[in-house]
Design a protein around this ligand. Structure first.
Ligand SMILES: [Mn+2]
Length: 312
């Protein structure tokens, strides 16, 4: 199998500073423009397009890291071809798993641009099939527990993604940070079944550093390969207003930056989902594009000099 066998559609405009050489790229972006299970405001299918558009705002040089993205092998392979309906969802999840697994097998770093949160189930499957034996862990940023057994009769709804990962890969396979919303049943299930989650209030009263230290004592997360899933609604709507189900009292964009800094040695793959821009909102896709660029810069910096950031 080669990258040409993947079922992808070229975007009108690729993510900024991406070349087209898959073989030489270290970082591989792809879009999953799916939003058929959005439970409130739909439009996340436009997420990849808006994130790509806003990525052109930024300098190629990341001042805080002394990394220039122009010097790095990045490629945007386009969008997964899908049917944006509930009926098309299982196929979309299976295809996302194939793309995610393929990129990881090539030793590259996949970056999924959503779309709603449900494609994460497939991307995590692709990751865990390769990394479960090495202690693979999923770290989710989200306002919502996403721990429903099913939603409107659909077990693959974006409101169930944490539950699917938990059931498929085990209780110690995921942690969630930024939580502040769930129905009574899923909160009770989360407590009873031992879902590892940290509320946005707990982060606000402590720090992301303390959260990561606590995870490390309980789950040795700094020794494990990590799949990072950022649902942008984990952040406060004042930072990320363009999302389908905004929830007040969320994380700051600094909290999420600190999270990726803390976990920079371990993150092997990421997604950023639920970017659902209103016509006028460029704030949220801009933040999503910058987080992707920052993640790449951090990994690159770690490869060059693992201790550099620790000194600043
Ligand atoms: Mn959410």
């Amino acid at each position: 199998m080669t990258d040409r066998d993947l079922d992808l559609r070229e975007p009108e405009r690729v993510f900024a500073d991406c070349g087209n050489d898959f073989k030489r790229a270290k970082y591989v972006m792809y879009g999953v423009p799916f939003d058929a299970t959005s439970s409130y405001r739909s439009g996340a299918a436009l997420g990849p397009e808006y994130i790509r558009e806003e990525s052109y705002n930024f300098e190629t040089y990341l001042m805080d890291l002394d990394v220039d993205l122009q010097d790095i092998g990045m490629v945007d392979i386009g969008d997964i071809i899908l049917e944006n309906t509930v009926e098309g969802q299982e196929r979309m999840i299976a295809d996302t798993r194939t793309v995610s697994g393929f990129i990881l097998e090539q030793g590259k770093f996949p970056i999924l641009m959503g779309g709603e949160h449900s494609p994460t189930e497939g991307a995590v499957d692709g990751f865990m099939e390769l990394f479960m034996k090495k202690g693979g862990l999923v770290v989710i940023v989200d306002a919502h527990l996403d721990f429903r057994r099913e939603y409107l009769g659909n077990p693959h709804s974006h409101a169930c993604v944490a539950r699917r990962i938990f059931e498929k890969w085990g209780p110690d396979s995921l942690v969630i940070v930024g939580t502040r919303s769930g129905c009574r049943e899923e909160v009770e299930d989360a407590d009873r079944m031992g879902l590892n989650h940290v509320t946005s209030k707990q982060v606000m009263q402590g720090s992301m550093h303390r959260v990561v230290e606590a995870w490390d004592s309980a789950l040795s997360i700094k020794d494990r390969p990590i799949y990072l899933s950022i649902d942008v609604d984990g952040m406060d709507p004042s930072y990320a207003p363009g999302t389908g189900t905004p929830e007040p009292w969320g994380l700051t964009s600094w909290d999420v930056l600190h999270l990726i800094q803390e976990l920079r040695h371990n993150i092997m793959a990421m997604d950023i989902t639920e970017v659902c821009p209103d016509a006028e909102d460029k704030v949220t896709p801009s933040l999503a594009a910058k987080l992707i660029r920052q993640m790449i810069g951090l990994k690159e910096m770690v490869d060059r000099n693992p201790t550099w950031l620790d000194k600043i």
